[in-house]
Design a protein around this ligand. Sequence first.
Ligand code: B12
Ligand code: SF4
Ligand code: SF4
Length: 367
Amino acid sequence: MKKDSMKNLLYEKGFLSVGVTTAEPFYDEEKIIHDRSREGLLQKRSFDKIKKRTHPQRSLKGARSIISVAAFYHRNERDFPQDRRLARFARVRDYHEVVKKRLESAVNMLKSEDATTKCRICVDTGPLVDRAAAHRAGVGFFGQNCSLIVPDRGSWVVLGAIITTAEFEPDKPLDATCKECKACLDACPTKALSSPYVTKEIWCLSYLTQKKGVLPLHCRPYLADTLWGCDLCQEACPHNQGLQHDLPSLWNDDKPLILPDIEGVVTMSQRQYHNLLGKSALYWRGRTVLQRNAVVMLGAQKDTGAAKTLIKAIQDERAVIRGHAAWSLGQLDTVASRQALTDRKNIEENPEALEEINRALEGDDSH
Ligand code: B12
Ligand code: SF4
Ligand code: SF4
């Protein structure tokens, strides 16, 4: 099949940028991921997993090409007012399914030309380094905030790819850079972006708000305005200013997700969670992680008006919610909040929640 017909089909499906590269290994990325996991900048990934993600032929035998796409999710501020608590990608329909579905049309086209062609679609959770593939395929260039930027279109894009046995002439990487700009490095509140092109995962609010379990103490004060994901290093980017609104987008007909206030998130039932967030890309993580973040947000805001909600949360049936509510009550530091902590201390059986309560009563915020 001609590369142009395949690319045209994908543009017709609404992708903003499409490119093709070879299925050669990503040796630089393999080394970078190893080095960063060793240095503690990224979560530890197993040797096999890194190999698979950086050697496409291990995911698809006989792979020759990678077709990479970027899908735009920018919406105009008038019809889609921003809610800074939620990263933009989480306020619209889960991109994983939408991108996969659109890529299937290209897979069908490839197979209709040659029934022996094999394909593997990768969107985020697949075995590929999505940004590196997009970069090598000329879909966009690396910003210093690590995001892939499509020239004149910015970085509000998610990425997808097809690894295939079909052979195409590869496109060339783009010759574009950030030049002298450093705006994203200055905008990152936690200094997770302490040097260009490197995100320290354990300081990144995007990682922290999506991780399960206990939130490290060091990050909690930074969560006063952030409930899920983080867009600050992209908001600051000059490439994301003054964008056109009439470009093909992933969600032309969707309404934005409207979240209740944070206390409403803390008290949301499972049914309400399902009804409100069932289509969002954050749904998979479950209600508890979102509510844990909401509880921490109230503490980080030192919102004494939220004491009642937190006193209820410290009696929640989930220990992780009780533990984080203890931290937040400690931040309020009022007579009522201290009383609630003491009352719970007397009956708390979960060791981690008890540790949080003791720390909150002692006013110990050390990491
Ligand atoms: C793990 C992961 C995360 C982790 C770690 C992110 C990170 N920067 O490593 C966390 C949870 C923090 C995260 C956050 C986000 N993520 Co994420 N994430 C992933 C995932 C699953 C793997 C990324 C990975 O392998 N990182 C490893 C490191 C080594 O890669 P890297 O940071 O991109 O580093 C590259 C550059 O540093 C470059 N490089 C190094 N040195 C130099 C020097 C020069 C001169 C140049 C030019 C380049 C360069 O090479 C490195 C390797 O390619 C991918 C999906 C996938 N399967 O690939 C999505 C993905 C990267 N995430 C995505 C998104 C949208 C986000 C968020 C914007 C979500 C949000 N709003 O909260 C944030 C952005 C935070 C950030 N600063 O990157 C999109 C990116 C879209 C885009 N336009 O780039 C992806 C591709 C998912 C998708 N399919 O759309 N993510
Ligand atoms: S997503 Fe937020 S916390 Fe993470 S690097 Fe960007 S600005 Fe920093
Ligand atoms: S803010 Fe500046 S340095 Fe950061 S990605 Fe955008 S252009 Fe590059």
